[in-house]
Design a protein around this ligand. Structure first.
Ligand code: NAD
Length: 358
């Protein structure tokens, strides 16, 4: 065996070891020279049902980075769908964005063929870098697509943001009930970072429930709208996390809970829509040590995936609504267990998801 062959063999071993230690089902690769498609589909778990997860279309420095990203995201989807109580598993696709893209629809058609070969074990959806138009192209080739412009007779509203916002609202009610022993949000001061699709709708729910709002966004029109419609106070987006308030709600960026921000947070609750809020797992403990209750992002922001699954599987609206309502119970249970077991909430959420994944 040459040195190069030995290196390749060691890299393959690493991938297999990683698959094994992360509890993976399978990993699929596709190259389609004519369109420049280089894609990976990672299926973490199909124990609860077919693996559902978005298709990411971004630049990667190496194929190794793309594989690791697909695996990390697929595992996250298993946990998110399990905690949401959905009958689906976790998967993710990554298409390495080529430097020169000549025919985008052709590339997504080739990707559609790749999805089709898996016979429904993986259902694709929107993610960073893909658009509803891309999903429509994929849907010309395969039925295994969870988000499209028109979801047919079961409704054209592919936008998950209203369901996500409703779930966050219920999660905030749960954690406020746990912390302040109050059923009402009346008079609580809530600071929302990012009032885009989800943040704006959340602000609307919170305003209707009597909360006092502060908002920050890099988009001045977005904050002005909240000021006008909800009487929100506009604050600096660099420092909203450090505002004197009851609840800090990150609805913009990932990794906002980190070594620099956590010591400055004055709220006693962090609960918002943003994905991957903790820069590192240990930041969950840092929040707990400061007496701040953190509503784990993937447990509180599952409304959107519940919506997507309902559209795809033609679940009744009632069933989807019930699962979104259940976010209240999930978040409340996480708070209780965290105190009982003296563990950070992010680890409690993981253990609940792992119980459900068997
Ligand atoms: P969005 O792009 O519509 O809104 C994000 C908002 O954050 C924008 O208004 C943007 O201007 C603002 N923003 C960006 N950088 C900022 C900064 N430094 N400070 C303050 N504001 C900033 O996105 P969205 O759909 O509302 O999603 C918000 C977050 O929730 C994202 O992290 C997303 O991944 C997550 N999420 C969304 C959904 C959904 O259904 N849309 C579901 C689950 C999770």
């Amino acid at each position: 065996m040459t040195v190069s062959e030995m290196n390749k063999s060691a890299a393959a071993m690493d991938t297999f070891n990683r698959l094994k230690s992360e509890g993976f089902g399978d990993l699929h690769f596709k190259v389609h020279a004519a369109t420049g498609l280089q894609a990976v589909i990672a299926i973490h778990s199909t124990k609860r049902g077919p693996a559902l997860g978005g298709c990411r279309f971004i630049h990667y420095n190496s194929s190794e980075d793309a594989i690791i990203d697909a695996m990390r995201l697929a595992k996250g989807m298993s946990y998110k769908t399990a905690i949401a109580g959905l009958p689906v598993g976790g998967g993710k696709a990554v298409i390495i964005k080529p430097d020169h893209l000549t025919d985008r629809p052709a590339l997504f058609r080739a990707f559609g063929q790749f999805v089709q070969t898996l016979g429904g074990r993986y259902i694709t959806a929107l993610d960073s870098g893909t658009t509803l138009a891309d999903m429509d192209v994929i849907a010309e080739i395969t039925p295994y697509v969870g988000s499209k412009t028109n979801m047919g007779e079961h409704g054209g509203e592919g936008d998950p943001a209203p369901s996500t916002a409703q779930g966050i609202f219920r999660g905030i009610q749960a954690v406020a009930k746990y912390k302040f022993k109050k059923d009402s949000l009346q008079g609580l001061h809530i600071a929302i970072q990012g009032v885009g699709a989800v943040g704006y709708l959340l602000a609307s729910h919170l305003h209707a429930a009597g909360a006092v709002l502060s908002v920050a966004d890099i988009n001045s029109e977005a904050v002005e709208r909240c000021k006008r419609e909800f009487g929100a106070t506009v604050v600096d987006y660099h420092s909203i996390h450090a505002l004197e308030c009851d609840i800090f709600s990150p609805c913009a960026l990932g990794a906002i809970l980190n070594d620099d921000t956590i010591p400055t947070i004055k709220a006693s609750i962090v609960a918002g829509a943003a994905n991957n809020q903790l820069a590192k797992d240990y930041h969950g403990k840092m929040l707990r040590d400061r007496g701040i209750i953190y509503a784990p992002d993937y447990a509180i922001n599952g409304g959107g995936i519940i919506h997507a699954a309902a559209k795809y599987f033609h679940h009744s609206d009632e069933k989807a609504k019930q699962l979104i309502e259940d976010i209240y119970t999930v978040i409340y249970t996480i708070c209780e267990r965290a105190d009982k077991q003296n563990q950070p909430t992010n680890l409690i959420a993981n253990s609940i998801a792992e119980e459900r994944l068997g």
